[in-house]
Ligand binder design. Structure first.
Ligand code: URA
Length: 210
């Protein structure tokens, strides 16, 4: 059974997302908002990390605190727009490793093929958080997650700024074990595969291209 996507409803997220969608937001503003939102996504995506007790001396005396049990993280960016989510994630978890996957889609056959794959060596022991700002058809995300699983990952979260119902359904069919964390579940895809209402082309807005 696949879980429903986790949608962040915090007022800060809703505020920043509105600014992000606004087509008058500059490239610099878009980048800054993406970084801030990705930090908030990382907060939610890491909610299930296990804790262990730790004895410490607080100023008022000894106490038993908690710390992460040492389970390591790997952020996996789906190029190129996934890179926009990396900095905010790394602000929160600076010790995480980073993998990259480059995928391209044939316009006629719609087949996804891989042009780049680089992951740290110890993936099986890490929770992998796969990053792409837009979960549109879900084909690239599902293909990337298949590759991450082939590299040995067992515990995987997919984090995005926006998700379309079509993309969520595809992911739930292909990878029901993968939790999806997003800032918004939007209405639909348009005839060109763009999310509606969406925010346009995330890569172009992040990098100031086109
Ligand atoms: N990729 C984007 O950048 N935007 C969309 O709306 C869909 C896919």
């Amino acid at each position: 059974m696949s879980a429903s996507p986790i949608v962040l409803t915090h007022p800060l997220v809703r505020h920043k997302l509105t600014r992000l969608r606004d087509k008058t937001t500059s490239t610099a503003g878009f980048r800054r908002l993406t970084r801030e939102l990705s930090l908030l996504l990382a907060y939610e995506a890491t909610r299930d990390l296990a804790l262990v007790p730790r004895d410490i001396c607080a100023p008022s005396g000894p106490m038993v605190g908690e710390e992460l049990d040492g389970k390591k993280l790997c952020f996996v960016s789906i190029l190129r727009a996934g890179n926009g989510l990396l900095d905010g994630m790394l602000d929160l978890v600076p010790s995480a490793r980073v993998g990259h996957i480059g995928l391209k889609r044939d316009h006629d056959t719609l087949e996804v093929s891989e042009y780049y794959f680089n992951m740290p060596g110890d993936v099986p022991g890490r929770t992998c958080i796969v990053l792409d700002p837009m979960l549109a058809t879900g084909h690239s995300a599902a293909a990337a997650i298949t590759r991450v699983k082939e590299a040995g990952a067992r515990d995987i979260v997919f984090a995005c700024l926006l998700a379309a119902p079509e993309g969520v359904a595809h992911m739930q069919e292909k990878h029901p074990d993968v939790r999806i964390v997003t800032c918004s579940l939007d209405k639909k895809l348009d005839e060109n595969g763009y999310i509606v209402p969406g925010l346009g082309d995330a890569g172009d807005r992040l990098f100031g291209t086109r």
